[in-house]
Design a protein around this ligand. Sequence first.
Ligand code: AHG
Ligand code: MN
Ligand code: MN
Ligand code: MN
Length: 328
Amino acid sequence: MITTFQQHIQAQQQSISEASGTFSYLLAGITLATKMIQAKIRLAALDGAIGAYGQTNVQGEQQQKLDVYANEALLHCLGLKDSVAALVSEEDEEPVTFDRAQGGPNTGKYIIVFDPLDGSSNIDVNVNVGTIFSILRRRTEGDLNASILRPGHTQVAAGYVVYGPSTILVYTAGNGVHSFILDPAIGAFVLSEERMMMPEQGTYYSTNEANAATWPQAYRDYLDLLRSGGLGKEYSSRYIGSLVADFHRTLLKGGVFLYPPTLKQSKGKLRLLYEANPLAFIAEQAGGMAIGHGNRILDIEPEGIHQRTPFMVGSRREMEALAEVLAG
Ligand code: AHG
Ligand code: MN
Ligand code: MN
Ligand code: MN
């Protein structure tokens, strides 16, 4: 018999600290939004929902219509939940908070941080995109920012949905990594794999080599090590350009994804709170590793909600070799 995501969460709640129905109710808000997003993506080319929205976001990027739709779907589905203290999105400059109708102080226990649509540059060419989310607990002390700007190891849960030939949800609450496939016939995410583990080593490296000339030298040395068989395997290059898709392949097949510092973006391109942290949490739960420019991603103390970081993530063998090269 099938196990749905909701059933899995309820079963897990008997054993994890978030033993409240609130938490599964909150996750239902996220999965509802991703079902709306995937439905919209599947028909986007037919009903003119692809292409630029016509505004620039806080990242300085040309927003795509689906960026805006995905963001609105998540804000709508999560904004109705009393347990939400705030929502942090790639597409909104500031955290979105809610004055609850009853006028009481915002009693929300959780903060949801998300990249509503990852890989926007791939929408028009019909390539996989995704949604990435991270759940933080609202701390009693300090202001809202004190609860948002927390290192990734404080995450309660994290996950992503990759919209590809299948719509797949991958999720962790610190108790292993589990994947679910959307079954459109019943409109539910159905458990496909529990306790996923990254292979010890893979045969793919994944990076935008157009930037290689401006990386710190160590990263060029590292790629030469992989290419020359220095890790005992022959590597192929795979770069999709949607982080969530490149990460999903790395989770399943092993290997390494790299977005090092470049001349243009010396602090890296990928965003710490809603790209690197959630994926680093998943990678570590699956036996992999995730580092910035040598430091563990999950230990980075954020200074801003849109802060960028160099981001390298992958299976243990490749990541230990990279850490060694970076240590010089
Ligand atoms: P987003 O679409 O959410 O803005 O993220 C885009 C990111 C990520 O998906 C991908 O890994 C990276 O941009 C690709 O960057 P380059 O085009 O510089 O390689
Ligand atoms: Mn973007
Ligand atoms: Mn992204
Ligand atoms: Mn995005």
